[in-house]
Design a protein around this ligand. Structure first.
Ligand SMILES: Nc1nc2c(ncn2[C@@H]2O[C@H](COP(=O)(O)OP(=O)(O)OP(=O)(O)O)[C@@H](O)[C@H]2O)c(=O)[nH]1
Ligand SMILES: [Mg+2]
Length: 619
């Protein structure tokens, strides 16, 4: 079934309420005060069911004192029924209401030339002409006009038919997150808390968990009704009553799917000043913001100019007197505080904006030209290597994660292209550190990440590469990945190289001679070092190192252990015992010192477990 939420707009006393009653049988002026004064004060709701459409009609008050109530009621509208008295023609609130519809982005509608029984043919024609000229001036397009009278029922069936053509098919595709600004909240005996409002976006069903803002406070939807009829599930554009479990609520609050909203006192917006505004809006000017059913004082923070003239549009920030929770792309109206008057409006680009510098106007202009998803991705790119928290990015995108964003382990979202670039940079940095010290333990993760990926969530990026086996993280060191399963050729090479060092025992060859500049041999050597088959033994003075097979070191420990148990030994003593030269003896002993097997004291080596003799100066 096609559906639309249609706002019935127009100047006071032009016959809106009477038309809604003639169309639907519902009297939307229900308050005693409305009946006594003969004018509408709050928005009233009626349903119109035609053979191929269901319609929500929102009958708003036309009196200039109730424009705020008009905005709260009508801002959910998808289309407009603009009611113009056949005799009076376009009057100030006819224009203000049409302007508000234009500011909120509504483009579809109908004109009702109402109370036609009181007017002459010329008067009706003149009223119709004025209404059409107004729509053209506001770029709202050419809407059909129906002459009608609630008193004689002239034109009422035609009006109902024409209204049905404004209904749209239910939006297909993914559910989307719900946003429903509340206009009423009350307790009904046996039903508990009931809230009403128009569902602006997303879908709702009984059983859904929702958030209430300010808050968030959690609640569960117990039941949903549309004009008294229970609903199993519903999409946007319907005026609903929702029974809630587990919360309290007040008019002006918002009901939303979890994760859609966050409270903020700074909004990025695209704002347009009405051509009919009496003056330009100045930078820093205090205004009233109406969005959904909420209202607050704001300051207009123009970024790229000092004043915004009537008819002009730009991007800006709104600094709110009190934080509000709003979804991205929500429409809003700005009013002068006194004399009260609607002067501007637009859409929210970012509902939790940081305080922006003037030069960031470009970013906002770019975002305002893109759809929600693309704008969110744009903002993510602008955030650079720092990225954005996933939840924030989702809110910016209206709930879903934009394609082209990647969420890291810590919950930070990054632009996929930037992430790939940073991963390459990190891999290159690890390789470079390894080249500097091919057989070393790798690069200290902390320092390397700080240097290679400043500002970025480096640990999460490294963890992603480790999980993909593109990197290894061992004892706080990052190393290039190695093949986990070795092929026949690699295994043979490993055996060959290990053999060289085992045979050489305590007089191993220079590493470079074994490597022969062959990257395969380097990989094999790394593998043997990583597995501690070969052990690195540096010579601090000569600034070189040798690799010893672990068996050779074990032999050395045995041979020296026996001698050292008798007395302390010089390097020469040790060399003689082991049958090697100083070239190998120095690094070998330094290694044994490092292992805690021997302890150096001046020129002498002791068994580390044996206390140094008294009076001996330590070097
Ligand atoms: N003759 C005649 N009178 C009408 C017709 N429709 C409404 N009226 C009268 O015009 C007056 C205003 O009608 P409403 O329907 O209350 O006007 P409204 O636009 O809802 O007014 P607000 O809600 O206060 O802005 C009432 O006294 C109605 O009885 C009509 O078709 N013909
Ligand atoms: Mg009325």
């Amino acid at each position: 079934m096609r559906h639309a939420l249609i706002a019935v707009l127009g100047h006071v006393d032009h016959g809106k309420t009477a038309l809604v009653r003639a169309l639907t049988g519902t009297d939307t002026d229900r308050l005693a005060e409305e009946k006594a004064r003969g004018i509408s004060i709050v928005a009233g709701y009626a349903r119109l069911v035609t053979p191929d459409a269901t319609l929500d009609l929102v009958d708003v008050p036309g009196h200039e004192r109730f424009v705020r109530a008009m905005i709260a009621g009508a801002s959910a509208m998808r289309a407009v029924l603009l009611v113009v008295d056949a005799r009076e023609g376009v009057r100030p609130q006819t224009r203000e209401h049409a302007e508000i519809a234009a500011l909120l982005g509504v483009r579809r509608g109908l004109i009702a030339i109402a109370r036609n029984d009181r007017a002459s043919e010329e008067e009706s024609a003149c009223a119709q002409h004025q209404a059409q000229a107004l729509l053209e001036e506001l770029s709202l397009g050419a809407w059909p006009a129906v002459r009608c009278s609630a008193a004689t029922a002239e034109g009422i069936p035609q009006l109902a038919q024409a209204l049905a053509t404004l209904a749209e098919p239910a939006p297909s595709g993914e559910a989307g997150r719900a946003w429903m600004p509340l206009d009423r909240a009350f307790h009904r005996k046996g039903a508990g808390l009931v809230v009403t409002g128009a569902l602006r976006q997303g879908r709702l069903a009984p059983g859904d968990t929702v958030e209430l803002w300010p808050g968030p406070r959690r609640a569960v939807i117990r039941a949903l009704q549309w004009h008294g009829a229970a609903l199993e599930e519903t999409g946007p554009g319907r005026r609903l009553a929702a029974g809630l479990r587990g919360a309290t609520a007040a008019p002006g609050d918002a009901l939303a799917s979890p994760g859609l909203l966050a409270e903020s006192a700074i909004l990025d917006v695209r704002v347009t000043v009405l051509a009919s505004s009496p003056r330009a809006l100045r930078r820093g000017e205090a205004l009233r913001l109406l969005c959904g059913t909420a209202e607050t004082g704001v300051r207009l923070r123009l970024l790229d100019r000092t004043a915004l003239a009537p008819g002009e549009a730009t991007v800006a920030q709104l600094l709110l007197d009190a934080p509000l929770a709003l979804p991205v792309r929500a429409g809003f109206v700005l009013r002068l505080p006194s004399p009260p008057r609607s002067v501007a409006g637009g859409v929210v680009l970012d509902a939790e904006a940081p305080r922006r510098r003037a030069r960031e106007a470009g970013l906002l202009l770019a975002m305002s030209g893109l759809d929600t998803m693309a704008a969110a991705l744009h903002a993510l790119r602008e955030a650079g290597p720092r990225g954005l928290p996933e939840a924030r990015l989702r809110r910016l995108a209206g709930g879903a994660l934009p394609e082209g964003a990647v969420v890291l382990g810590g919950g930070t979202a990054l632009d996929a292209v930037l992430l790939a670039r940073m991963e390459s940079r990190l891999l290159a940095a690890v390789e470079a550190a390894m080249r500097k010290d091919p057989l070393g333990p790798g690069a200290g993760a902390r320092a390397l990440l700080r240097e290679a990926l400043p500002d970025a969530p480096g640990e999460a990026i490294a963890a992603r590469l480790v999980a993909r086996r593109a990197l290894r993280l061992e004892a706080g060191h990052l190393k290039p990945a190695i093949a986990t399963s070795l092929g026949e050729a690699e295994r043979a090479l490993l055996d060959e190289i290990e053999d060289v060092f085992r045979q050489a025992a305590m007089a191993p060859p220079e590493t470079a001679l074994v490597l022969r500049g062959d990257p395969r041999r380097l990989a094999a050597l790394r593998h043997l070092v990583a597995r501690r088959v070969l052990v690195r033994a540096p010579d601090a003075v000569q600034k070189r190192e040798y690799l010893f097979h672990r068996d050779a070191l074990a032999q050395a420990r045995t041979a020296l252990g026996e001698a050292l148990a008798q007395r302390a030994l010089t390097v020469s003593d040790c060399n003689r015992i082991l049958g090697i030269t100083r070239r190998h003896g120095v690094p070998l002993l330094e290694r044994l010192d490092a292992e805690g097997f021997t302890r150096r004291s001046g020129d002498l080596r002791h068994l580390a477990t044996q206390p140094a003799a008294l009076g001996e100066a330590s070097a």
